[in-house]
Design a protein around this ligand. Structure first.
Ligand code: KPL
Length: 306
């Protein structure tokens, strides 16, 4: 099958690499340094099982999505509209578009730009870019998809490529369950610079209680929004750290690179929704504001704080 990955960051490279490794035709659309490295040496896929060089196509131009039967849309939530507009004229009429993004409203926002169905995928993967053309996998890699005519075929094909896929008829709830994790781990890892294992395993500190304060606010907002989370969503927050102990959140990775973070779409989203519905969210508000402060700080040479 021919896949295009729009937004070849850590998540896009991981899934693109896994599919190419299984024999599918894959083109990555990403930044110039990265594209150059992938064209020259292939993508270095670094997993716990070892390192592998995967050969696939790479391009900086969104027109490279042309001819793809399935597009994995992996750009940051801040870039959904602009990246959607860039690829829209090149999409095949029958291409299946999946949004593999954090946040709960990206598929809807992309759908509005493209004027066609976009399937929201819930992504559970710990990855980072170790350098241009080099993606590191720290744990998991499973997806949740909504039922659709394309979903079961894709789920089989992905499972054969080492990507476990669950099909859920409550994908909206599943996106919110993922949002709980993001609202907890993304700012805490970004503000402390710590991986998840070290955050949770902090003797003498009641980190689980602080995490629960964040979660309870998110649950109150979800309820006010009329969303039903899957059973056990809140209980799944603490154990995530054990499944990816060495992972630094994507927000921490963005801050370290001096890039805009997705925090407005994570804790910031909870704060806005809470405000609109009269639900207080003081803990999420503080985390959102602290990350925004870190994001806004740039030293004289433009570098991000260390
Ligand atoms: O989605 C993530 C992120 O960092 O943005 C998690 C699942 C928390 C993994 O790091």
């Amino acid at each position: 099958m021919k896949f295009a990955v729009m937004g070849a960051g850590a998540v896009g490279c991981y899934y693109g690499g896994m599919l190419a490794r299984a024999g599918h035709e894959v083109v990555l659309v990403g930044r110039p340094a990265h594209v150059q490295a992938v064209r020259a040496q292939g993508l270095l896929l670094d997993t716990r099982q070892g390192q592998e060089r995967v050969h696939l196509q790479a391009d900086t131009d969104a027109s490279a999505v042309r001819g793809a039967q399935c597009v994995l849309f992996c750009v940051k939530s801040t870039d959904t509209e602009s990246a959607g507009r860039a690829m829209a004229p090149h999409l095949a009429d029958d291409a299946v578009v999946l949004s593999l993004q954090n946040g709960v409203d990206n598929a809807e926002r992309l759908q509005a730009v493209l004027g066609r169905t976009v399937l929201p995928a819930v992504v559970y993967v710990a990855t980072s870019m170790a350098g241009p053309g080099h993606v590191r996998h720290h744990g998991r890699g499973d997806l949740v998809l909504p039922p659709s005519p394309a979903s079961s075929g894709l789920a089989h094909l992905m499972a054969a490529a080492g990507i476990p896929v669950q099909i859920s008829d409550n994908v909206a709830g599943a996106l919110w369950a993922k949002l709980l994790l993001n609202c907890v781990y993304n700012p805490l890892s970004a503000l402390t610079g710590l991986p998840y294992g070290a955050i949770v395993d902090s003797p003498g500190l009641d980190v689980p209680r602080m995490m629960d304060d964040i979660v309870q606010e998110c649950l109150a907002v979800a309820q006010a929004c009329g969303v039903t989370l899957p059973e056990g969503a809140a209980q799944a927050v603490l154990p995530l750290a054990a499944s990816m102990p060495t992972q630094i959140s994507s927000t921490a990775q963005d801050l370290a690179r001096g890039r805009p973070t997705e925090i407005d779409h994570l804790n910031g989203f909870i704060v806005r929704q809470g405000q609109a519905r009269g639900v207080p969210t003081p803990v999420n508000r503080m985390l959102h504001t602290l990350v925004r402060l870190r994001e806004q700080y740039r030293s004289a040479d433009g570098a991000a704080p260390t």
